[in-house]
Design a binder for this molecule. Sequence first.
Ligand code: FE2
Length: 184
Amino acid sequence: MIMEIAVQHYSREFHNPNGIEAAVDPLPRDARPDIFMANVAAADDSRWIRQADGVDFLPLCFGVTQGYYANLLRVRKSGVLSCHKHFGAVHAYVIKGRWFYLEHDEMYTEGSFIMEPPGETHTLIVPNDVPEMITWFHAVAGYIYYDKAGRITHHEDVFTKLEAARRHYEELRLDQRELDRLIR
Ligand SMILES: [Fe+2]
């Protein structure tokens, strides 16, 4: 368990009334341990990391050896993630609220799955009448942000996300080992 969130523990017998045999050797010797977090959308507010005014993310996995991250993105007022270009694939699942990309026709409502291919440039907008949006994101590689003049302003990747999380944990004096446990 990564965070201090109530987790329900069930016995294997409860889940396995027919006595099916579990794998004898479920992990190779050098595999990294799994990550499990329950009720992630309800994590303590202190664990959400400020990305911009009204925009926070909750880290789930920092894939530093493969160059990806998984997180929850939360927008609590109408918001815009300004124009950016991805160099790797993005997968997303909308948990709450709705949003759209300025470059696409679709509105991504609760329960929507989205895959954006490497090379995509887009601008994420949460409509004014959505009080809270929460979406699970898996982003591979990095992406660069542009200003209105089309100039590159900054980039994001798993390392900038991890650095932001480190700073947040330092400021709030939270246990950095919580973040260590999310690094793979
Ligand atoms: Fe994006």
